[in-house]
Unconditional design. Structure first.
Lengths: 1011, 483
């Protein structure tokens, strides 16, 4: 906001310099803030009815020449203050106290290729300022936004430090192209994906902003509809998140230091755990007896007596998890002179994970500098470096080495340690793998180096015209290393080395002309621009079996057994665009944008796409006939927009018909690998949006309502083609999906009185998706990057079916437990009940997409003391309890129980129970997915509670500080839900794989000192 | 509207002087090669031709199930009840449906399309180094592979030529059309195309041509391979004289010798067939091949210590002179002694000793088949100077540890063929060719279709439903419901 003031001031300064003046009489004075009495630096002072104007200095003082002191009227204005007119009346000194204007309307928000007042906005845009971010214990920006913006759903399948989030703005619009929004940081679209090779979110999966220090952020704007986003053309379909980082303010250097420390543990608000030794013995004896065995017979394969517990038991849940810690330290400095300003920061954060072997360290450094070179020329840079060092353990893999898998496998009477204190690896039920030994000896490490540098040069030959070039480089380098030590790997040492590189160059060039005419009645802004982007991603992978454990590097492996793999992809994008805004009397606004994007990703016949939008708004409350309502109605504005944008988020080279080498008979022959598709083009989104912004009672209650319809056409699908074409499928633009919904945001200042303030906010978004067309297929299987194509997993339980909402569970239909026999019952195709699972019918059983998402927040403050809380909720979604580990006694080799398992059928008449436990149960009611495990996935999460205290100005002045704040905060302290899961947040597809690092809760305390 | 907008957007591009945007937006894949480049010169065309053979090791074809399905559904194989892997159950029970049928269709047409690409681009690619004969050799290989693929396809999805030549065969695709929805030709038309391709291949290939740069030269086409395959095709067409003539050409080439009983046990796990043995054409199996089947490789599936899904039936074993016939003593292996039911497994795919799971070559054409083809042709009226059916049968018998026989009935000949070519993927198609029913005594699962009469709709497998879904011109075989 402040930098925007500077910007406007700069315009005014230039304006004053540009207009030659012939006046002779001088007036001077000081411009102050009416409420604080502090000077308002750089306020604008104009002589009414002329083009003459000056800008006040940093101390608020000004001097201006007028034609006649007797007649002149001065107009004082500044962003955020009410414009004030004062007649000079012959005085030599005219001071002006400006009154603060209600922030709402004149609030400047960052939008595509510029800024805009909230008043002028025509699209669906949500913006938040940094103020609320800094105290949050989350390390990454994406996690902080969760629940704070209507229609912006942020979920994560993993609570691992530094992991990615899935961000869906107004639902999911694509099946095969990406669904992540475009991230634009300081004007440059960045590479958002996670490139860590060994983390549990795959390459490019989800939005990762781990390289950004949240405290460096000034504001975040989310562009949701076509009018707002379409100027980003082929990348705008999933919405755009615009991040603006901080800049310095004029004045001497101001330092802020922050320190934060806290603890972390796995979320487990239902106290889910495997059965204890005693409980498991009872369970197993019952299962053995039910299977016709004798648990007291030492020769029986199911011989279970309490003698097993004689040597003590181990609580594997407890032994495999630990109390994590979070630490964060940061110092930043900002300041500036009349011609330059700077902001720089350095931060270090360290997260010791809640699982052994999981750690995350991050350094970030930023320098933002701006310099006025000449009166018309300005330049600046935004540079960010980050280094992330992440030990990810084996989280994410559905494998014995992963503690969250192992804790449900290992039997309580299996000890953690051998008698000599070494880790026990005689654990048959877990493939003789002890995750603690894995954590101690093996390495799963990613080191990520990221550098982003942007520079701009802006030339304003006349105040109305700005010609600007912004050029950026964004580079990520990654060293990944996976090492299996001899201690855990049957005496062998195996090494995997992966080097990954992603380089992106962007140039963005704009010409902006903004002017007003006829005494400010007409305002016009036109932007013409051009952009080009080139990106190269590659990796080199090496597998080195049998390295020397003393020298665990590829050099000590025998060359014959080494394997190397390589991948490279390039992408280019060239764009031309234009934006035009016009408003009349600040009452009627129209805006249009058009963009042509050419992309290397698409077919030779369809490289170029044109995207456009139109929007308009009407400030009803400014109409003369609404004057009577002005005492209670502060603002009422109607907005409407329509536009077309695209989704080019697909892998490179899919349009090319290519041959690939295929070794056979000692020769690298060539085979057709993909069919050529010269018509391959973008998915198109057509969106309309109607919105209403309102404010009542001097803006004490504000809010907006948006209704939208978003139609995805030309959706990219793998269309089945006859094999007589030489291929099984061809990637084509066929399908269609619709998302429509309503979003409501409300914010109220309930108490606004001196020492006491109480505010509350609420947002909710309803979204419905519907599949309109998926080509010739009856249904599509949802692809899930977590399901390895080589695994035996039959696929996902989700289908995409025409006429239904995008993701629909397709499952065997469970009825319940037969109270007289304890057997599980299923519905058959003809509506009868059967205990044979294989005869059970399949049904469409609901969607993991929530019907509504949202959040609410409230903050109470008294003087320097403030208590705030954020809540987040989703409702109307279905979630699969795949982590429930219920197998009704089927597998007696592993533990496979939870506390909920203990409630099994025991005698005729038992109801509300799980089926009768039978060792080696042939009924296998648990097997795979079914409606038995599909539950309502609603949850309400207390996202964040923070209590903070800021020292009063009187104390600060004595100790010569600008500010001291201390706070304590809890992240995710409690979640209300009905699932037999550690945590209900299992990712956008509504089911976990039983392998992901589930979410964590944190309790932190911190201090912030500025001087 | 679009067009107008597009023109508007062109203005700034001119203003900014960025005219080279065409090249900027061309980013070709680096790790693969474009169709245009591959098919533009001899090197690419030669590599693409070499690539045609690589499909043979796919699990659904000679990598495993082409051979084993034919054995399981012909009474040579039985399922081991103790192994519930679900492999080979469909072919064993003849429980095919449009959604669960042979995958040969896909391999056949992918190879046809790949071969068509090359054939259509060979013209005029001569250079100073590349002669017309070089290009003709490639063309001969492509024509052979196209004919070879079509033959497998028509055997699978159509009634035998010897029974219903005018019934529906399979589509013939000579030029690949990405939008094409070709209809099925008659069986006779398909065979006509197969013969046309093979005869052209025979006429243009350099008789001395051997593909260069490959490990196993017996896994590529030469003139003997084309002729040996023509013998087989003519046998299916009951063109007895041509079948005998082409067999005679191969036998008389002097390039192949019968394996003796002493050699017989060691010929099956070789890495390379080498010269002087029986192998005319084979699939080269290796764990290094792109399409190696790993745990699905034929060597693993036929190994008792592997997945061991396919056991040898007692019906087959009963046909051998178990004391003297080397094909019994070395062609089958008993399992370890702990195996209670004394079952046997084929020994023809022992693996190359590369690792577990291993890989194995699969012989497709060999000399003894030529003798058997000729014997059958002569018995049906073909004449070859100085050769009788018994001569051919006895060449095989004496090399397998058996005594010569004086006169051979049709049954003698058919049993000899079954014994000799057992577990090489022949018997199901021989039964169909002979219009003989399937009659199984040793049938372990005992569920469905123990015996299949002839004629019966089941001898032609259903066309894959996914093809019917996307090609409106296809018609399903009788007996199978169209979904």
């Amino acid at each position: 906001m402040k930098n925007v003031r500077l910007f406007f001031t700069a315009i005014l300064m230039l304006l004053s310099a540009a207009v030659a003046s012939a006046q002779s009489q001088e007036v001077s004075g000081i411009v102050t803030d009416a409420s604080t009495g502090d000077p308002v630096p750089f306020a604008s002072v104009m002589v009414k009815g002329t083009m003459t104007g000056v800008s006040a200095g940093a101390d608020g003082s000004y001097k201006i020449k007028v034609a006649s002191r007797d007649e002149a009227v001065l107009v004082f204005s500044f962003v955020g203050y009410k414009t004030t007119e004062i007649p000079v009346d012959g005085e030599i000194i005219v001071d002006c106290a400006l009154e603060v204007e209600a922030e709402y309307l004149k609030d400047v928000i960052v939008v595509a290729y510029g800024t805009m007042t909230r008043e002028a906005n025509t699209g669906a845009v949500t913006s938040i300022k940094n103020e609320g971010l800094a105290e949050s214990p989350a390390l990454t920006v994406d996690k902080m936004l969760s629940g704070k913006m209507a229609g912006v759903q942020i979920t994560s399948g993993s609570g691992q430090p530094g992991s990615t989030s899935t961000i869906r703005i107004r639902g999911t619009s694509s099946i095969n192209a990406g669904n992540e929004p475009l991230w634009v940081i300081d004007g440059i679209p960045v590479v958002p994906g996670d490139m860590r090779q060994l983390s549990n979110a795959g390459v490019g999966d989800g939005s990762s902003t781990t390289f950004l220090n949240p405290n460096d952020i000034e504001s975040i704007t989310v562009l949701k509809d076509a009018a707002a986003a379409s100027v980003y053309g082929s990348r705008a379909a999933n919405g755009v998140i615009i991040v603006t980082t901080k800049t310095g303010k004029q004045g001497k250097a101001r330092f802020t230091a922050r320190a934060k420390y806290g603890v972390q543990q796995l979320i487990n608000d239902h106290n889910i755990r495997p059965l204890t030794g005693e409980e498991l013995i009872d369970y197993r004896r019952m299962a053995a007896i039910n299977a016709g065995h004798n648990p007291d017979d030492p020769n029986d394969e199911y011989y279970y007596t309490s003698a097993l517990l004689a040597d003590g038991t181990t609580d594997w849940y407890k032994e495999l998890t630990r109390l994590g810690t979070v630490q964060e330290y940061e110092i930043n400095a900002s300041g500036g002179t009349e011609k330059s300003s700077y902001y720089s920061s350095l931060s270090y954060s360290r997260n010791k994970g809640v699982f052994y072997g999981v750690d995350y360290n991050r350094f970030t450094a930023r320098v933002n500098a701006d310099m006025q070179l000449t009166k018309t020329l300005k330049t600046g840079t935004r540079v960010n470096f980050s280094y992330g060092d992440s030990d990810s353990g084996q989280m994410g893999d559905l494998y014995y080495t992963n503690p969250i898998v192992a804790m449900w496998n290992i039997l309580p009477w299996t000890p953690m340690y051998n008698e000599d204190g070494t880790y026990n690896d005689n654990i048959q039920e877990n493939a003789n793998t002890n995750p603690r030994a894995i954590a101690a000896y093996d390495t799963y490490n990613d080191k990520e180096y990221r550098a982003q540098g942007t520079m701009y040069l802006e030339w304003k030959p006349i105040p109305q015209l700005s010609i600007k070039t912004t050029d950026a480089v964004d580079g990520t380098f990654m060293d990944s290393r996976q090492y299996w030590a001899p201690e855990t790997n049957d005496g062998e040492a195996t090494l995997f080395t992966i080097r990954t590189k992603d380089l992106r160059l962007t140039t963005s060039n704009t010409i902006t002309y903004a002017d007003s005419y006829a005494a400010d009645k007409h305002h016009l802004r036109v932007v013409l621009g051009q952009e080009a982007m080139t990106e190269t991603y590659d990796y080199l992978y090496g597998y080195s079996p049998d390295v020397n454990p003393q020298i665990p590097y590829p050099t000590t492996s025998t060359a014959a057994s080494d394997q190397v793999d390589y991948y490279i992809a390039e992408e280019t994008l060239l764009s031309f665009f234009g934006i035009a805004d016009y408003n009349f009397m600040n009452k009627y606004f129209i805006q249009g944008s058009v963009r042509a994007d050419g992309s290397s990703l698409f077919g030779s016949d369809s490289k170029w796409g044109v995207f456009w939008s139109v929007g308009g708004s009407w400030n009803i409350s400014s109409e003369r006939w609404m004057q009577p309502a002005n005492n209670w109605l502060s603002i009422l504005k109607l907005r409407a927009s329509y536009g077309v944008n695209g989704n080019n988020n697909i892998a490179a080279y899919q349009a090319y018909g290519v041959y690939a080498t295929r070794e056979y008979n000692g020769y690298a022959g060539m085979r057709p690998a993909t069919p050529s598709n010269p018509n391959l083009a973008w998915e198109k989104n057509r969106t309309w949006n109607v919105g209403l912004d309102f404010g009542f009672f001097d803006y004490r209650l504000t809010g907006n309502i948006d209704v939208y319809n978003r139609l995805t056409d030309d959706m990219l699908l793998d269309k089945t083609v006859p094999y007589t074409t030489g291929f099984a499928t061809n990637f084509m633009n066929v399908g269609s999906i619709r998302n429509r919904g309503v979003e409501i945001m409300l914010q109220g200042d309930i108490i606004r009185s001196g020492d006491w303030n109480w505010s509350a906010g609420f947002n909710i978004a309803f979204n419905r998706s519907k599949v309109l067309d998926i080509g010739d297929s009856e249904f599509l299987e949802v692809s899930d990057s977590r399901v390895s194509p080589t695994s035996n997993n039959a696929g996902t339980p989700l289908r995409i079916v025409e006429g239904k909402s995008l993701y629909t569970f397709y499952l065997r239909d469970w009825y319940g437990v037969n109270p007289s026999t304890g057997a599980g019952l299923w519905w058959t195709e003809d509506g009868k009940l059967t205990s044979d699972r294989n005869k059970a019918r399949y049904v469409y059983a609901g969607s993991p997409e929530p019907k509504a998402t949202g959040g609410f927040n409230t903050e109470v403050s008294w003087k320097g003391l403030s208590l705030s809380a954020y809540f987040e909720f989703i409702t109307g979604n279905k979630t699969m309890e795949t982590n429930a580990y219920i197998d009704d006694g089927y597998n007696m080799n592993i533990n496979a129980t939870t506390v909920s398992t203990a409630n099994y059928w025991q005698k005729p008449g038992d109801t509300g129970v799980t089926p009768k436990v039978v060792a080696g149960n042939p009924g296998s009611y648990h097997v795979s997915y079914s409606t038995r495990f599909l539950k309502k996935g609603d949850y309400l999460r207390i996202k964040d509670i923070t209590l903070s205290y800021s020292l009063p100005q009187s104390v600060l002045k004595k100790i010569r500080m600008n500010g001291i704040k201390i706070y304590v905060s809890a992240l995710n302290p409690y979640t209300f839900h009905d699932l037999n899961l550690l945590d209900p947040e299992v990712g956008a597809l509504g089911y976990g794989m039983g392998a992901a690092h589930t979410m964590v809760k944190s309790f932190v305390g911190g201090i912030e000192v500025s001087f | 509207m679009k067009k107008i907008l597009y023109h508007i957007m062109l203005v700034p591009s001119i203003v900014l002087g960025l005219s080279g945007c065409g090249d900027f937006l061309e980013r070709e894949p680096k790790l693969t090669q474009s169709n245009e480049l591959t098919l533009s010169n001899y090197t690419g065309l030669n590599d693409a031709t070499a690539g045609l053979y690589s499909y043979l090791q796919q699990t659904g074809w000679y990598g495993q199930s082409w051979v084993l399905d034919a054995e399981m559904s012909s009474g040579n194989g039985v399922k081991d009840n103790a192994r519930n892997s679900n492999r080979l159950v469909t072919s064993y029970n003849w429980s095919y449906s449009p959604d669960n049928t042979s995958g040969i269709w896909s391999y056949c047409y992918v190879v046809c399309a790949a071969a068509n690409n090359i054939i259509d681009n060979l013209d005029g690619k001569e250079t100073d180094e590349v002669t017309t004969q070089d290009l003709n050799n490639l063309k001969a290989e492509c024509l052979f592979m196209r004919a070879f693929s079509l033959f497998h396809c028509v055997l699978t999805y159509a009634q035998p030529y010897s029974y219903a030549p005018e019934s529906l065969g399979v589509p013939v695709v000579l030029h690949t059309d990405p939008e094409g929805q070709p209809a099925r030709e008659t069986v006779a038309k398909v065979y006509e195309q197969i013969v046309t391709d093979l005869l052209e291949a025979e006429s243009i290939i350099d008789p001395e041509y051997v593909r260069a740069g490959i490990t196993d030269t017996k896994a590529a086409v030469n003139i003997d391979v084309i002729r040996a395959f023509l013998s087989r095709v003519y046998l299916h067409m009951e063109n007895w004289q041509k079948a005998a003539d082409y067999a005679t050409l191969v036998i008389g080439s002097g390039n192949y010798q019968m394996w003796t009983a002493e050699q017989y046990p060691d010929v099956w796990g070789q890495d390379v067939a080498g010269n002087g043995g029986e192998v005319i054409f084979e699939m080269y199996g290796s764990i290094n091949n792109y399409d190696n089947g790993s745990w699905e490789d034929i060597s693993y599936i036929t190994d008792y210590d592997g997945s061991g899904d396919a056991m040898v039936s007692n019906d087959l074993l009963a046909l051998y002179d178990q004391a003297n016939d080397i094909r019994y003593t070395a062609g089958f292996k008993t399992t370890d002694e702990s195996n209670p039911n004394g079952r046997m497994w084929t020994a023809k795919y022992p693996g190359k000793g590369q690792r577990v799971p291993d890989a194995n070559n699969v012989i497709i054409l060999r000399l003894s088949e030529m003798h058997l083809n000729r014997a059958e042709a002569i018995q049906n009226g073909a004449t070859i100077n100085g050769v009788t059916a018994e001569d051919d049968i006895n060449i095989i018998r004496t090399n397998r540890g058996l005594t010569a026989i004086g006169s051979a009935t049709q049954t003698d000949l058919r049993n000899e063929r079954r014994r000799e070519l057992a577990w090489e993927g022949f018997h199901q198609y021989d039964l169909a060719r002979w219009n003989e029913p399937l009659d199984r005594t040793d049938f372990t699962l005992g569920s469905t279709n123990q015996d299949i009469p002839f004629p019966n709709y089941r001898w032609a497998l259903p066309i894959p439903q996914r093809e019917l879904n996307v090609n409106g011109n296809l018609v399903q075989n009788e007996g199978y419901t169209n979904n």
